[in-house]
Design a protein around this ligand. Structure first.
Ligand code: HQG
Length: 184
C-alpha cells in the first residue's frame, strides 16, 4: 500500500476500533476485539475497502503499534486510546516507574492545575515513559507543555496503573497534587 492509503486506513481503523464501531455497524466485544472478516466486509460496504494483507500491513507498520491481531488472527483491536465506554482492555495492573510524562497544550494548564488530569473523552489518561513522546502528543493540541506525573507515589497511594501492549501507561485520573508543572 502507498503511504497515503496506509495512513488513511490506520485513521479509519482508529475511528472504528477506538471510538465509533457503529459507523460501519460493527460491534466490539467487551475487551475491544472485532472480528476481522466482519471488519473487512463492513468497511468495504462503507466504501473503505482493504484486504486482509493490507490490514496486516497497517498493523505491522503502525509507528505506535496502535493495533493488535489476536493469536489466531481472527480478531483485531486497538491497543489503547478508546472512548467506547463498554470496552475494558482487561490489562493487568502494573507498577509504574517513579515518573511518567504527559504532553498537553499550554492553554489547558490552568485547568489541569485546578482539577488534575482527566480522561475526558477517552477511557484513561495517557502517560508515557519518554519525554519526547509526551512532546509529540502535546503538539497535537497546540503549544506543547510536558507535565511530570509522580506515578510511583500515586501507585503507592492506591491508584491503579496499566500499560498497554504498545507501551502507553494508562490510569483513570491524575490529581493535581501528583503533577509537576514547568516553571512552577
Ligand atoms: C487534556 C494519541 C483541561 C489533556 C497519543 C489532553 C496518546 C485537560 C486532552 C493518545 C484536563 C485530551 C491520547 C483538564 C486533561 N483540563 N484539559 N482538567 N485533563 N486535559 O487526545 O493524551 O496517535 O483525549 O492534557 O499518542 O492527548 O491517536 O488525550 O491534552 O497516547 O494513536 O485533554 O492519543 O495516540 O486529549 O492523547 P486526548 P492525549 P494516537
Amino acid at each position: 500500500m502507498n503511504k497515503n492509503k496506509l495512513e488513511s486506513t490506520s485513521k479509519f481503523l482508529s475511528l472504528i476500533l477506538r471510538h465509533a464501531p457503529e459507523t460501519v455497524n460493527l460491534q466490539l466485544d467487551q475487551h475491544g476485539w472485532a472480528n476481522v472478516a466482519e471488519l473487512l466486509e463492513k468497511s468495504a460496504a462503507h466504501g473503505k475497502a482493504f484486504t486482509r494483507s493490507e490490514l496486516e500491513e497497517v498493523v505491522a507498520t503502525s509507528d505506535k503499534k496502535r493495533f493488535a491481531l489476536s493469536e489466531d488472527g481472527l480478531s483485531i483491536r486497538a491497543n489503547q486510546g478508546h472512548s467506547v465506554a463498554s470496552v475494558d482492555l482487561a490489562l493487568p495492573p502494573a507498577t509504574p516507574p517513579a515518573i511518567l510524562y504527559h504532553g498537553t497544550a499550554s492553554r489547558f494548564v490552568d485547568s489541569i492545575k485546578a482539577s488534575g488530569l482527566h480522561a475526558r473523552s477517552r477511557n484513561h489518561v495517557h502517560l508515557s515513559l519518554q519525554k519526547d513522546t509526551a512532546m509529540n502528543v502535546g503538539q497535537r493540541h497546540g503549544k506543547p507543555v510536558i507535565l511530570e506525573v509522580r506515578a510511583q507515589a500515586m501507585h503507592q497511594q492506591g491508584h491503579q496503573f496499566y500499560v498497554s501492549e504498545n507501551g502507553v501507561w494508562l490510569t483513570e485520573a491524575v490529581p493535581a497534587s501528583f503533577i509537576s508543572f514547568p516553571n512552577a
